[in-house]
Design a protein around this ligand. Structure first.
Ligand code: SF4
Length: 65
């Protein structure tokens, strides 16, 4: 599995695999990155508004509507 994880995300994935890490933000970030093959811009522009993580996903732009 770790062979498929880009180098820059390997520490994050190791942290979320640690049973002592209870960071929900990191878990969500890791889940979203896995969902879109580690392309952070695909998380930012995700259009799956029916996904439970949609409104809390990382990498959203800071602009307000
Ligand atoms: S919010 Fe988007 S990127 Fe994150 S898990 Fe859901 S569908 Fe995947």
């Amino acid at each position: 599995m770790s062979g498929q994880i880009p180098l820059k995300y390997q520490k994050l994935m190791a942290r979320v695999s640690d049973k002592n890490n209870n960071s929900k933000a990191e878990a969500i970030k890791a889940f979203c990155l896995q969902c879109v093959d580690y392309k952070f811009k695909r998380v930012r522009y995700c259009s799956a508004s029916n996904c439970a993580l949609f409104h809390v996903r990382p990498y959203q732009s800071k602009t307000t509507d």
